[in-house]
Each structure stands twice: as C-alpha cells, then as structure tokens.
Design a protein. Structure first.
Length: 538
C-alpha cells in the first residue's frame, strides 16, 4: 500500500513541470485573449463600420453637391465623361460597390451596372431623401442584393430637390471585411498560444536547471516520503542551523519536548535543551542527558561543508523507554540468575548429603533430605501450582534465592492465580511491575533494624474481571511527605545515581492500561502496593 499522505496528495503537484506550465500559461493566455481580443475585435468591427459609413455618406454628399452630377441631372443623362468618372470612382474604392443616381421620379441616370440606367430605382427607401432632402443610411435589397446604403439629395440652383445619389456596399462585402479582421485576430491568438508553449518550455527548463535536474513534483514527492519516514521514527530528529535555530523536527521530537512541530520550528534550541552540564548541545558530539528535559537522551551529528559547520542534526531518545528496555532485559536475566542460584544451591546440598554418606551418617542424610524436601514443598509448591507464566515464575524464584541469602521469608497467598498468558499485561510488563515491587520490598526490609520481622507477602490473581497484584513487606515504610513523589522519574530514597526509575515505569504501565495503584504505608512497619488492571490488552 502507498503512503496515505502521498496518495491523498493532489496529483497536480506531481505532474510534469512542462505540462503544468503549459496548462497555466495556456489558461492565462486564453483568458487574456478572450477578454482583450473580444473587446478589441468588437471595437475594430465598430470602427470599420463607422469608417465605411462615413465614406459612403461623404461620397454621396460630395456627388450630390457636384456641378457635374447636377448638370447630368438637369440634362436627364450622363455624358461619356461622367460615366467614366463614376465607373473609375467605384473601381478604385474597394469599400464602394454601388453608385446609383436617379432623378426626382426615381429613374436612374447612372448605375454601376450600365444595363440598369433608365430603369426605376429598386429598394423603396429613397422617399426620405426626395421629400425632405435628408442625408441618411439604410439597409435595403437592391438589384445587387442586400446593401448598406447612404443617400444624399441633388438640388438645382434654387435649392429644389431634382434627384438623389445613393452609394452602397453589399452585405457580402461588409461580411468579408469583418471576416478579414477576425482572421487577423485569430492569427494573432494562435501566435500568442504558440508563444505560451515556448515560454512554458523555457520556464520548465530554467526551473529544472535551478533545481539540479529535479522537477518540483520530484521534490514534493521526496519531501512527503522523507516527512512520513521521519514522523514514523521512534527517535526524535531535530535539524538546527548554524545559529542554533530549529529548522526541522519530527513528531517523536515534538512529543518528547511536549510541543507541536509548528511551534518547535524557528525556536532557539538552547531555550529547549541543554546538556547535563548546562552547555549547548551543539558544542558536544557525544550522547548527553538533556537537563531541561530529564527523560531525553540526545546525540548530535554536525554537518560540515568545506570544513565549515552548516547545520547540526540531533537524535533524541526517550530515556524512560531505554530504562524500560533495561528493566525488561533484567527480567530475562532473572531467569539466568535463578538457574545459577538453584544450581549452586543444589550442588551445596548434594555436597552435604555426600559428606554425610561418606561419614556413615545415613540417618542424618535422610533427615537432611526430608527437611530440604519439606522446605521445597512449602515454598516451591505454591509457586509451581499457582504461577503458570514461566518467565514470571523464574523472576520470583530468582528473587527467592536472593531472599534466602538475606533471610527474608516469601509467602505466596493460596488464592493466587496467574495463567501462562495474561489477558491484561504482557510478560515483559508483568516482569517490570513485579520485579520492581519485589526489589523495593527487599531493599525496604534490608533497611530495617536488627530484630524486626523480615517478611514479604505476594498475591497475584487473574480472572475474567481483571488482574490484581499485591506486594506487602515489613520494611521501613514510606514517610507521608515522600509518598506523593515515589512515581517521579529520578526520585529515590536510596540516594544513588541512576535510580528512581522503577516506580515511574510501574506507574507508566498501569496508566497505559488504565489501571489503579493503591499504596498503604506506615513508617517503621511496612508498605503494601496493590495494582488493579481491568482493561484487557489488545
């Protein structure tokens, strides 16, 4: 399965660089083209039509005021010279398709198509110019199809309207003009689109060169993989620049320091961590205990470039977890310790029996064997009967050998019951909890004055309702003012270095499984620890 944060990441960021630039530039260019070309094309069409209309109107008015046209109108026909002049006028003006001159009865005396001369004007839109002498524009269908027309009157010397001049362009010609303008803008748009391709390609090459041949998508993918990998580490990782400011931190480091990743980045390292001598961790290359966070062990790795340190990577480890692993390792060592102790104990007893037999004291040997067997039955019998977990049994037997040497009596209550596999705690957790409780009980009894009882009572019981562990001793007890501190990491009544971890580990395990710890202690008379776990482990 892929990394969730990578597979959920927007695929757009992982697309090829050229493709992304091409899409972005194309969208930008097309937007600009649609807006700017749309506006300018409409404006160009408007300007073109206005120019055409002005040209048609001015030509019609000029001809209407011309003495040549007035004379032809009064004569009732155009001379050859006038015909040639008007024909050349139409021929030399690409925007002018038709000139038609008619008298007051709408009879043509000139038309660009000479076959129409002498015929009636077609279109029916000449009344305004004949009646009022108005100069105007109009659309109508003439002999050459749909036309855009300009009308101007022709007057005699007294100002009377004696005819009119009509100049026009056909709608096909007008459409062709518009198409020509649109084609020009289309070519411009295509050129800008091709330019966007070129710009996208050049930008992708430039950025890839700046990123040492990697695309941003490659860097994003690498960042996500690195980030996910760092955040899945149990060790805390912190990267610090040359000025001592945190550039990068993973989730484990944030958890150990009790802050979020966002708050850690940008902070001064010395404000959070110093070594066991109060100095900056950046000055050391060995593992140090971070005194501002006593549960953190830190090692630093300086990164150098051209013999100059550019940054430092710190590796943080949870000291509590390290101590817990040590305690679990001690549980395995108890098995070895128990086997060694039993070996020596049985060898010594065999030597005693052998000596008695060599001396001919068979009765004494039998009596010795009987007392030894009774002792084993009294002490070992309940343990073998009630404690089915081999590692826990080995731990208790190992402690029992130590207790015998210290003349401490261990009693396992008959209602004890521990299956081979506990439903509530792992074997390592059971060894950590029970080992620390028994060791504390032994040490408390050894601190007693001579003549006082030296007894430890152990009860372990597990059923479907829960797990209970009780260890009671006749030791020196715990003073009321010290009792609230016994679970603090580093606190110890023994005044020895690297102590004060055992009960904090016990408390951590109980809290992890949402259990309870009850302590009943009376100074000079002993202490009783009771642990209850009701939540089954997963």
């Amino acid at each position: 399965m892929g990394n969730p944060s990578i597979t959920k990441h927007n695929r757009w960021s992982l697309a090829p660089l050229f493709f992304r630039f091409l899409i972005i530039s194309t969208v930008i260019w097309l937007t600009l083209l649609v807006v700017t070309l749309g506006v300018t094309l409409r404006f160009s069409h408007s300007v073109m039509q206005e120019k055409l209309e002005n040209e048609l109107t001015s030509t019609a008015v000029t001809l209407g005021n011309s003495e040549i046209i007035r004379g032809a109108m009064l004569a009732g026909s155009c001379s050859e010279e006038v015909l040639n002049y008007l024909d050349s006028l139409v021929k030399n003006n690409p925007d002018l398709d038709v000139i038609s001159i008619a008298d007051s009865k709408s009879k043509r005396i000139y038309h660009v198509n000479h076959q129409q001369i002498g015929k009636q004007f077609v279109g029916g839109d000449q009344d305004r110019v004949l009646l009022t002498g108005e100069v105007y524009l109009n659309d109508a269908v003439g002999t050459m199809g749909l036309q855009h027309r300009a009308f101007a009157p022709v007057r005699d010397g007294l100002g009377n309207i004696i005819g009119f001049v009509m100049t026009s362009t056909t709608m096909n010609s007008l459409d062709n003009l518009r198409k020509n303008i649109t084609t020009i803008y289309g070519k411009l748009a295509l050129g800008m689109l091709l330019l966007s391709f070129l710009i996208a390609w050049l930008l992708s090459l430039l950025i890839k060169h700046m990123l040492l041949g990697h695309s941003p998508g490659d860097l994003v993918h690498a960042y996500l993989v690195q980030s996910e990998s760092l955040n899945n580490l149990n060790e805390g990782i912190i990267s610090v620049d040359n000025n001592g400011y945190i550039q990068l931190a993973n989730a484990a480091a944030a958890k150990m320091l009790g802050q979020s990743i966002e708050l850690l980045e940008g902070k001064k390292l010395d404000d959070l961590l110093t070594d066991d001598k109060g100095k900056s961790l950046l000055e050391e290359k060995k593992i140090n205990e971070a005194t501002s966070h006593p549960n953190v062990l830190c090692s630093s790795i300086p990164l150098e470039e051209n013999a100059i340190r550019t940054s430092t990577t710190l590796i943080l480890n949870d000291k509590t977890e390290a101590m817990q692993l040590a305690q679990q390792l001690n549980g395995s060592r108890h098995v070895v310790s128990m086997l060694r102790a039993n070996k020596h104990e049985f060898m010594n007893k065999l030597h005693v029996i052998s000596g008695m037999l060599q001396m001919g004291k068979q009765k004494d040997a039998l009596q010795y064997i009987g007392s030894f067997a009774a002792e084993q039955t009294l002490v070992m019998g309940p343990l073998l009967q009630y404690i089915k977990n081999t590692n826990v049994l080995a731990l208790i037997l190992g402690k029992l050998s130590n207790m015998k040497e210290l003349e401490i009596q261990l009693t396992l209550l008959p209602n004890s019951n521990l299956p081979e596999h506990s439903k509530y705690l792992t074997t390592n957790e059971l060894i950590t909890v029970l080992g620390n409780l028994l060791e504390n009980a032994i040490e408390a009894i050894n601190m007693n004055q001579a003549g006082k009882p030296r007894n430890i009572v152990l009860q372990i019981s597990e059923d479907d309702k829960g797990l209970s562990i009780n260890v009671s001793d006749t030791g020196v007890g715990i003073k009321p003012d010290i009792l609230p501190k016994i679970y603090d990491t580093g606190f110890s009544t023994k005044d020895k270095k690297n102590r004060g971890v055992g009960m904090s580990l016990v408390k951590a395990i109980v809290d992890k499984h949402h259990g309870n710890i009850e302590v009943d202690s009376e100074p000079d008379n002993g202490t009783s620890f009771s642990i209850y776990i009701f939540e089954k482990r997963q």
